[in-house]
Design a protein around this ligand. Structure first.
Ligand code: URA
Length: 231
């Protein structure tokens, strides 16, 4: 990787500023003042200091975060009007993080944020059938007959009905486990049984469960065990 690209990914500034930093001798690579912004470096091998502070000590090529997405925030990387999930993540590195899939603006809960495009692709691939579990608060009570319909698959206006799912009640809250990711799927499934979602929260994706310690808006890095569950 080029030194200037790495420095950019650390959020140090524009290309022009980074050029200046290097020109002014503020960047060193393995103890030597760097002379060329375009020099090749490997942040997993070289020790890179900026103004004497190590940029590589905590460097990892891939980052994985578990966010409890709050309501009112959009699952995008950039947006002109709304706060995005990436606005909530402050890592010190600007290394192409993106949310794994989307939750609606008014949906809360588990969202993985990573720059590991391969993992993201695998988790979202319809062929992999990764389970997503939602807690669904509904306007009207959900009957046993509704549960059966939701499990069997309902017509939500697409070419095909939804695939078989799991649906059960925990008190007044419906748990719906689906392994597709169609647009507004849960809301449309509830509409299909004459009901309405009033609050939606994702609590699990594959083997990864939402950490109850995380308040909406909080996030933390995934542990190695959690990452292995996803891989
Ligand atoms: N289904 C929905 O309707 N909305 C979400 O945010 C996620 C699943």
């Amino acid at each position: 990787m080029r030194l200037d690209k790495f420095l950019g990914s650390c959020g140090l500034g524009t290309r022009k500023q980074i050029k200046e930093f290097v020109k002014n001798g503020m960047v060193s690579v393995d103890g030597e003042i760097a002379k060329k912004p375009e020099m090749a470096i490997d942040p997993t091998v070289n020790e890179i200091l900026f103004s004497g502070e190590s940029l590589t000590a905590n460097y990892k090529e891939f980052r994985y975060y578990l966010l409890n997405k709050p309501q009112g925030v959009v699952s995008a990387t950039r947006d002109n009007h709304d706060t995005t999930v990436l606005d909530l993540i402050d890592t010190g590195y600007d290394n192409n993080l993106a949310p794994v899939g989307r939750l609606d603006k008014d949906t809360e809960g588990l969202l993985i944020i990573t720059n590991d495009g391969q993992l993201s692709h695998r988790l979202l691939s319809p062929k992999k059938h990764v389970e997503k579990e939602y807690e669904v608060h509904t306007k009207d009570p959900v009957s046993d007959a509704d549960l059966e319909k939701l499990e069997a698959g309902v017509d939500i206006g697409d070419d095909e009905p939804t695939l078989p799912a799991k649906a059960f009640m925990e008190g007044d809250i419906l748990h719906l486990i689906i392994h597709e990711g169609r647009f507004h799927q849960v809301k449309r499934m509830l509409e299909a049984v004459g009901n309405e979602v009033v609050f939606l929260k994702r609590i699990r994706m594959g083997g990864l469960v939402l950490d109850p310690e995380l308040e909406p808006g909080d996030y933390r890095e995934l542990t190695d065990d959690e990452l292995n569950l996803l891989k």
